[in-house]
Design a protein around this ligand. Structure first.
Ligand code: ASP
Length: 308
């Protein structure tokens, strides 16, 4: 089967804080190419999704792994999950600190009886696996936090997030065997309360079955309230096309003024995206070409790769 991949580097209101259109395009397309090469080489869906998440976590432009945003107390706590469509199994970590690639823990947890670990448990696993200590903080993120600190975090959370925070990453792949997987990793919304749990390590934000796979980005609370990733996958399982499932789910979300984006694939190789914010930082390889969603009109949009 012709492999496919779609990735995202978050959603929001502007590309400026991520280095501008061409820089974001270059990063996303370069990573899509590397994941696609792995898929052509015969990598399975889960391993290709984990590989892609690692590359995106290592790109400081995006809010995951290195370059994660700081929480209200100035600390970085990251969350990541992987879902294998064939086994329909989710694994992940919530609010883990001081490691380079949270997705590595999610990969390891795929075959464990306890598959989602939070802060202390995730730290203990990182120790057990002897993962080196890594500080994911960048100058840029520290500067953003210091700026906000000056104003004693007076601006609304949504405003702050729109300007700097969003940039969670996600990868959805279909491998040569026709198997799907999804991975999502985040530093969170930015400036959140200690202990706040992101959607990225929940089926609401990252979900896959044999039929479809989805990764979400945006305000985690909105994604959780819509149960967005699992909602879209279940619609496809029940007979909607992927585009119809995106369309209905995003129309419903618009009525509730939700603020997020999502990318997805189905088992027939259809690639889709949706957003109700201004920009969705997504790029894909459909077997013939690489394209992206960086210049879509603002506001509600859903689409499939065949329509460009
Ligand atoms: N969904 C993430 C969260 O709320 C943030 C993001 O996608 O940028 O934790």
């Amino acid at each position: 089967m012709q492999p496919k991949v779609i990735i995202h580097g978050g959603a929001g209101y502007s590309l400026q804080d991520k280095g501008g259109l061409e820089a974001v395009r270059g990063s996303l397309r370069g990573i899509v190419q590397q994941i696609y090469a792995r898929l052509l080489h015969g990598d399975g869906a889960l391993s290709a999704a984990a590989f892609g998440c690692r590359l995106l976590e290592d790109e400081p432009r995006f809010n995951a792994g290195t370059g994660s945003v700081l929480q209200a107390d100035g600390q970085i706590r990251m969350s990541a999950s992987l879902m294998d469509g064939q086994s329909q199994r989710l694994s992940g970590v919530i609010n883990v600190s001081r490691i380079k690639n949270p997705v590595d823990l999610a990969t390891w947890l795929q075959t464990c009886p306890d598959r989602v670990l939070s802060d202390a448990g995730a730290a203990e696993l990182a120790r057990e696996l002897q993962l080196p200590i890594h500080n994911p903080l960048t100058e840029l993120r520290l500067g953003e936090w210091m700026e906000e600190r000056k104003g004693n975090f007076q601006r609304s959370m949504a405003g702050v997030v729109a300007e700097s925070g969003r940039g969670t990453i996600g990868v959805v792949v279909l491998d040569q065997q026709g198997h799907l997987a999804a991975g999502t990793s985040t530093g969170g919304k930015g400036f959140e309360r200690i202990g706040r749990v992101s959607d990225s390590a929940m089926p609401a934000g990252n979900y896959a079955s044999e039929i479809a796979a989805i990764s979400c980005t945006g305000i985690g609370e909105d994604i959780i309230d819509e149960s967005l990733a699992s909602r879209i996958v279940i619609r496809v399982t029940d007979g909607f096309s992927l585009l119809e499932a995106f369309d209905k789910s995003f129309q419903e979300a618009a009525k509730r003024q939700r603020d997020f984006g999502a990318i997805g694939l189905d088992h027939q190789g259809e690639i889709a995206w949706g957003k109700n914010c201004d920009v969705l930082l997504a790029a894909y390889h459909d077997g013939d070409r690489i394209d992206d969603t960086l210049e879509l009109p603002t506001g509600l949009q859903v689409g499939v790769a065949s329509q460009g």
